[in-house]
Ligand binder design. Structure first.
Ligand code: GAL
Length: 446
């Protein structure tokens, strides 16, 4: 299989052109690629002017327990530092941004950007970059000294052609399996180290009338798919599927998809109707044994708006998803600076807080994530988050599909369509063929 180096540009270009055209038609005077008046020269401090003020609309999908608490905590830091601005929380409910990103696309097409929006580091940003919807943030990084306190590998994931496009606020881990230790003991099962072990434990659990694996709506199924692929293939082969050097038609991928198919047999029948936090709640309630979910679930578990538990007292437990011990499947939430007519000073003030130690140390302990910065106050983080910090520092890294790292939006949408069909017909052969075709049509495969 040949690697195409320019694949992401070609994959997103038609989508980008359509969005740009729509934006120009809606606002004939908009010039999305030219920086608006007031753009600071490189190196110039974009501090708020004496007249600065007004509303600052922040767009995200953080509405559940934990994620909403984290956002609120960062808003509080912003309010202390910038009382001249008023935050407008434009969060749209729906985990992984499924609803929010559709709303955002409509707003951008109408030339109505919020002051900043949440985007994942990695390929997801290419949609906005190619459409000319973002302004580079190099001078903000320079003047805030962020090159010294954010990993270079992370900055690479938010950069193209020497431009930096977003401010990462956190690192999340996708490949986590959650459970309640006392329940596992009662049911006589152990935390599975491999998916084969999970399938064995699942038989015991089903016999005890317990759902082996709690699942939610379709994006959580994609999340499960990526963790099964990682666990069954290993980090290198998993990475090769995304950079075009691997073979989606291989026997190893067939076997991994067959495992995925079997795992789905042990999930709750009402999965498609449940949000991610409702699926996670099944574990806490003792109706299900395990849930594979990113560590925003930890933020939910400890949230006063959620179960209000503590990782220190053993009321919930965690482990790498089966087969992925020693691998940290990562993603990062970041905020961008839109090109277009916005309250630019307010947006820059927000981004400065989002990248600051104070902002990140307020946000992440409640969000269930670790800071993107390398200089956090570790004592603010609970036992789970401290373990995640250690793993992030020492584990092998793999990028998340569902949360924007490894595939551009067009490719991810093609995988999602194939997954939807698979959930209806459960035909592994057809699914694998569709996944291989998706990589050729919208990814780096040829
Ligand atoms: C992810 C996002 C997380 C969390 C999760 C559930 O895509 O990166 O921060 O919000 O969705 O909503």
């Amino acid at each position: 299989m040949k690697v195409r180096t320019d694949w992401w540009r070609r994959a997103v270009a038609p989508l980008a052109a359509a969005l740009l055209l729509a934006a120009c038609q809606a606002t004939p005077t908009a010039t999305p690629t030219a920086p608006p008046a007031g753009t600071p020269e490189p190196g110039q401090t974009p501090a708020a002017s004496p007249q600065a003020g007004g509303e600052v609309e922040i767009f995200s999908w953080w509405t559940a327990g934990g994620e909403a608490d984290g956002l609120e905590a960062m808003f509080e830091v912003f309010a202390q530092k910038h009382p001249e601005f008023q935050i407008v929380n434009a969060a749209v409910a729906g985990g992984a941004g499924t609803n929010a990103r559709a709303v955002l696309a409509t707003r951008l097409a109408q030339g109505d950007p919020p002051e900043s929006w949440q985007g994942h580091a990695g390929q997801e940003l290419s949609t906005y970059i190619v459409a000319g919807q973002l302004e580079p943030l190099n001078s903000l990084f320079d003047e805030q000294g962020w090159h010294d306190v954010m990993p270079a590998t992370l900055i690479e994931q938010i950069s193209t052609d020497g431009n930096i496009w977003s401010v990462p606020v956190n690192i999340h881990r996708a490949n986590v399996m959650w459970y309640v230790p006392a329940n596992l003991e009662q049911w006589g099962v152990q935390v599975p180290q491999t998916w084969a072990e999970f399938l064995t434990a699942a038989e015991t659990l089903e016999a005890a009338g317990v759902t082996p694996l709690a699942l939610g709506e379709q994006w959580t199924v994609m999340h499960l798919l990526e963790t099964v692929l990682l666990g069954e293939l290993g980090a290198d082969a998993y990475a090769s599927l995304w950079d075009g050097s691997g073979d989606w038609n291989s026997a190893e991928v067939t076997a991994a998809l067959e495992t995925f198919d079997q795992v789905l047999d042990y999930t709750n029948a009402d999965a498609s109707t449940l949000a991610w936090e409702q699926a996670a709640q099944l574990v806490i309630d003792g109706q299900a044994a395990f849930n594979v979910m990113g560590d925003w679930a930890e933020g939910y578990f400890v949230s006063p708006a959620g179960p209000n538990l503590s990782p220190e007292d053993g009321s919930f437990g965690w482990a790498p998803a089966p087969g992925s011990s020693g691998v940290f499947q990562w993603l990062s939430d970041s905020f961008i600076l839109p090109a277009g007519e916005i309250n630019r000073e307010g947006a820059l003030a927000w981004l400065t807080v989002a990248g600051s130690k104070e902002g990140q140390d307020a946000f992440n302990p409640v969000k269930g994530s670790i800071p993107a910065r390398t200089d956090p106050d570790r004592s603010l983080y609970d036992a789970y988050l401290q373990s995640a910090m250690d793993d992030w520092a020492s584990d092998e890294l793999a990028g998340s599909l569902t949360h924007g790292v490894v595939a551009n939006d067009a490719w991810k949408a093609a995988i999602d369509t194939a997954l939807g069909l698979f959930l209806a017909d459960r035909n592994v052969g057809t699914f694998q063929t569709a996944l291989a075709a998706a990589c050729v049509a919208t990814g780096p495969c040829s």
